[in-house]
Design a protein around this ligand. Structure first.
Ligand SMILES: NC(=O)c1ccc[n+]([C@@H]2O[C@H](COP(=O)([O-])OP(=O)(O)OC[C@H]3O[C@@H](n4cnc5c(N)ncnc54)[C@H](O)[C@@H]3O)[C@@H](O)[C@H]2O)c1
Length: 435
């Protein structure tokens, strides 16, 4: 029988093609770290806004949180209090995620760190045999997404990415309706997020707050003097740590278009700029990206100066414009607008906001070993396609996409872009496993 390279790797479990590492965790295969029972015990890496939000969902589902890790003592304190308030014992506390990953009783971790700190803990968690609930966007750059995918294919953890709309019934029903063909042919889709935000202003460097290990917060990102607006929460408006709204919200709303339409784009062209905000951010405050698909086009738009939705209403959403009507879906529900005779189309029943079952779906999949709703393969794709939008903005060129190879074809135009690949600060390194 012909043994493919992939089969060989998965049988031997030793084919790490790692380029040097800054981590010393010995690679382990998932199954070896499972206890005799299937009780899920979790650790939280990154105890900020979304890390603790995810933790709360798992606490409500009765999951023990045995350890927490953050580089800021105040965030560790908050997470610890939330755990003990639920009647659970105080968790072990770490400032270095590598120590948390050594804890044998933990079989799954939540990664709730800023985007520049997803890839390294994710790959280390794969190596340590943990299942992973990882926040979106999976990565900070296109190449990181490839590296994370390579590790996940090699170690096969159960992965759930934090695109929790996928587990809301009304999003699922909206997608089913688009796919039913009842609204005719869909040739144009739109996805957007709009806001009316205040500028963050300009800051001179400040003293690092006590209790914050700022060097570890920066990690692989370039060394810069501390400014509070570059740190907790507002890091997302700086390319050193995030990708602006393209990756922050594009990953949510473009994802729904990709799921419903089941086509891969062939190219993307982006325009935008920093037109509104007089502050230190370096990501654009206004963006439009056009994605060309074989049978439709998709327009992604975001802006900060006017929160009126692209459809005239909702401030975020995904819209499908079909020959028999238009469907719009967002976190609050969906709406269908028939063309012409309203009786010509059998409308979907109205559905307002439904609860997300994303966290339960992860726990179910940890037990069954099935692919979770926001599994790594499909979320790597959504994330990469969002990076394409930022890459096109940065290089000012149309980015050509080969879906079969999951790769950009005009590499010469894009290789210098930071959304394509980032240089890591010493001693951090990105590992790439062979597929
Ligand atoms: N799914 C969603 O709806 C949703 C919503 C908001 C944010 N997010 C995602 O969640 C992630 C976190 O965003 P946030 O808004 O909670 O940011 P945040 O700044 O509030 O929290 C990040 C936390 O990570 C900690 N951290 C930084 N470096 C660390 C390290 N090396 N080790 C351990 N902890 C470290 C920070 O100190 C902070 O407590 C991002 O990827 C973001 O895109 C997802």
């Amino acid at each position: 029988m012909n043994t493919t390279r992939r089969q060989f790797i998965s049988r031997t479990g030793t084919a790490m093609a790692g380029i040097g590492v800054g981590l010393s965790l010995a690679p382990r295969i998932y199954a070896q770290s499972k206890g005799a029972n299937d009780r899920v015990v979790m650790g939280l890496i990154g105890c900020g806004g979304m890390g603790r939000e995810n933790m709360k969902h798992f606490l409500d589902l009765g999951v023990p949180i045995a350890a927490i890790c953050d580089v800021d003592d105040k965030h560790l304190d908050r997470a610890q209090k939330e755990i003990t308030d639920k009647g659970q014992p105080a968790p072990k506390r770490y400032k270095d995620f590598r120590k948390l990953l050594e804890q044998k009783d933990i079989n799954a971790v939540i990664i709730g760190t800023p985007d520049h700190w997803h890839a390294i803990p994710f790959i280390a968690a794969c190596e340590a045999g943990k299942d992973i609930y990882c926040e979106k966007p999976i990565s900070h750059s296109f190449v990181e997404a490839k590296a994370m995918l390579s590790a996940a294919r090699h170690f096969k953890p159960v992965v759930q990415v934090g695109t929790w709309q996928r587990s809301m019934n009304h999003f699922q029903k909206a997608i089913e309706f688009v796919q039913s063909g009842k609204m005719g042919t869909v040739n144009i889709c739109r996805a957007w997020i709009t806001g009316q935000d205040k500028s963050m202003g300009h800051q001179t460097p400040q003293a690092v707050p006590s209790g914050l290990d700022y060097d570890m917060w920066l990690g692989p990102a370039p060394k810069r003097p501390y400014q509070s607006i570059r740190c907790h929460y507002t890091w997302r408006w700086f390319y050193d740590y995030g990708g602006g709204l393209m990756t922050d919200w594009g990953v949510h709303m473009i994802d729904i278009v990709l799921l419903a339409m089941q086509q891969d784009p062939t190219r993307v062209a982006t325009t935008g700029g920093k037109f509104t905000m007089d502050d230190d951010r370096d990501t654009p405050d206004t963006m439009q990206a056009i994605y060309q698909f074989p049978k439709f086009t998709m327009n992604w738009e975001y802006r900060f100066n006017n929160q009126r939705g692209v459809d005239g209403g909702r401030n975020h959403g995904s819209e499908f414009i079909g020959s028999k009507g238009t469907l719009i879906v967002d976190r609050e529900g969906y709406q269908f607008f028939p063309n012409g005779d309203p009786k010509a189309v059998e409308e979907p029943p109205k559905l307002e906001r439904t609860e997300s079952t994303h966290w339960q779906n992860f726990l179910d999949c940890v037990k069954s070993r099935e692919v979770a709703r926001s599994g790594i393969e499909s979320m790597a794709k959504t994330t990469m396609l969002c990076h394409l939008g930022n890459i096109s903005y940065e290089c000012g060129k149309t980015v050509q996409w080969d879906a079969a190879k999951q790769d950009i074809t005009n590499h010469g135009d894009v290789k210098h872009c930071i959304s394509y690949e980032r240089e890591y600060r010493h001693p951090w390194k990105l590992k790439m496993y062979k597929a």
